[in-house]
Design a protein around this ligand. Structure first.
Ligand code: ADQ
Length: 473
């Protein structure tokens, strides 16, 4: 069986052979263990100068990690990836900036990572590249003569063409993406945006079978919504419900209802709007004073990018203001916790809450929404209030779907969720567990890899046929 090579900006750190949790890490590591293979990417370390990959083998999985120089980190990671692509792809052009040097650094790091990976690639390997840091990676490998099948999965949204065109090198980036054999998106809307860019700009055509012909290449372009393992999460959330932290949360609630939110601290997650909608609930429905609290867990990320420092200050300000306005001696309306929690503990905390409040302004998928549903006790489940702009909204029919820009609508949804009768909560929960099981994380991975193998075989057959025709002509 051919080996799988996974490439992602960051290789999840290995602790006793287990990487940090998260969709990419869990799904990918399972696949690697099945076929054996390599996980290649940045170690998370800043190195004085570029050096060859550090190789660490665990079972049949080889971790190959490289350091980045400070200049590479600033231009490729902090700069073009996180200050240009991330905001624009989340429709925040107002926060996006473009710097030619940073873009040059982005291309340079992609090329140098490709050069380093090339040394590890065997002829029958298949290569699966992840996320916006690596849009040009296949182009760089092709330039080095690598002929293996290469697939790409974008974890974040792909914007509509008008927004994509605000990134100055937009056409070069899309052209680079067409060097992959399969390009996967979270939702059909993202897939459609990519196809629209190609077709409306007269760069190529698409067929009903999700094939795109552009810039002289044929590639498959499809939606592969990332999933979770809902039954494993259900089990963990039940088992961890007896932990000390979970018990003390239960005690502290003393019969109050709990609304729970968990996100990385990021402006795409709509945290300020979420706090303000909760404030509106307290204004509109004073009966809830002292009877409901919002717990927001949001550990800081990318804190050396300036916009992330601002969101943190903003959010702390809002939580303080709202608490100052409504708090009572024995009741704090918003508890805002700036830290990471062990994953299973988090699932058990979800199980204690009556409402999962997940309202990003834009999100590729949002795994927290799925995890919240899976963590619930089917006999007495909580209700999910979910943004229509999370990819997960397409897949969770039992959620109360809201527009995160409409604070009144969010406040009404919270009130409805807090008062929902048991039978309706149970029905909505069952409606969501079925699709979560059907489209679990293995389905995401296996469908993508099956398509990659299939497209690669089909194109190598076509290539051979073309070569034969050339010889006989
Ligand atoms: P993220 O933007 O990171 O992922 P999300 O999908 O919600 O967003 O995944 C976050 C993960 O981190 C979840 O598994 C969650 O449980 C965990 N997590 C969050 N806060 C935590 C905390 N305080 N402590 C411990 N764990 C915490 C990107 C895209 C998403 C897409 C995923 C996967 O932005 O849209 O769903 O990739 O493709």
């Amino acid at each position: 069986m051919s080996r799988l090579i996974v490439v992602s900006n960051r290789v999840a750190p290995t602790q006793e052979g287990r990487p940090a949790a998260g969709g990419l890490a869990i799904g990918v590591l399972d696949a690697l263990k099945e076929t054996g293979g390599v996980w290649f990417g940045w170690s998370g370390e800043i190195a004085a100068e570029p050096s060859s990959p550090v190789i660490e083998k665990q079972g049949n999985v080889t971790y190959a990690t490289v350091g980045l120089t400070k200049r590479d980190y600033d231009q490729y990671y902090r700069g073009f990836s996180n200050a240009t692509l991330w905001p624009t792809f989340h429709y925040r052009n107002d926060l996006s900036r473009y710097d030619r040097q940073e873009y040059a650094g982005y291309l340079r790091v992609n090329a140098s990572l490709a050069q380093q990976l090339k040394e590890l690639v065997r002829p029958d390997d298949i290569i699966w590249v992840h996320d916006y840091h690596l849009l040009p990676f296949a182009r760089c490998l092709r330039d080095l003569g690598v002929k293996n099948p290469i697939g790409f999965f974008l974890h974040i949204p792909f914007p509509v063409p008008e927004v994509m065109r605000t990134v100055p090198p937009h056409e070069e980036l899309v052209k680079c993406m067409c060097s992959y054999d399969v390009v996967g998106f979270q939702t059909d809307a993202d897939r459609q945006s990519f196809v629209d860019y190609i077709e409306r700009g007269n760069h190529g055509t698409s067929s009903d079978e999700n094939m795109v012909h552009a810039y002289g290449r044929f590639l498959k372009v499809a939606a592969y919504p990332i999933g979770i393992y809902p039954d494993a999460i259900a089990k963990a959330s039940e088992q961890f419900s007896d932990r000390k932290q979970v018990r003390s949360l239960r005690d502290a609630m003393r019969g109050r209802k709990l609304i729970m939110s968990v996100d990385r601290l990021d402006y795409s997650k709509g945290l300020v709007e979420r706090f303000q909608a909760f404030e509106r609930l307290l204004l509109n429905a004073p009966g809830w004073h002292g009877r409901v609290s919002l717990v927001q867990i949001a550990p800081p990320t990318r804190s050396d990018v300036q916009t992330y420092q601002r969101i943190r200050q903003n959010l702390e300000g809002e939580a303080g203001r709202i608490n100052g306005r409504f708090a009572q001696l024995d009741w704090t309306p918003i508890q805002y916790l700036n830290r990471k929690y062990e994953r299973n503990l988090l699932m058990a905390l979800f199980r204690q809450s009556q409402v999962g409040y997940v309202t990003p302004l834009r999100d590729g998928m949002n795994l927290v929404a799925k995890e919240y549903v899976a963590s619930q006790d089917p006999a007495d489940p909580g209700v999910l209030v979910l943004s229509q702009f999370a990819g997960a909204a397409e897949q969770l029919p039992g959620a109360l779907v809201v527009n995160p820009f409409d604070l009144s609508q969010m406040a009404e949804a919270l009130e409805r969720a807090l008062s929902m009768p048991l039978a309706e909560r149970q029905a909505r929960h069952a409606d969501m567990m079925a699709p979560l099981r059907e489209n679990n994380l293995s389905v995401w991975r296996d469908t993508f890899l099956a398509d990659l193998r299939h497209v690669a075989t089909a194109s190598s057959v076509t290539e051979k046929a073309v070569k034969r025709a050339d010889v006989t002509a």
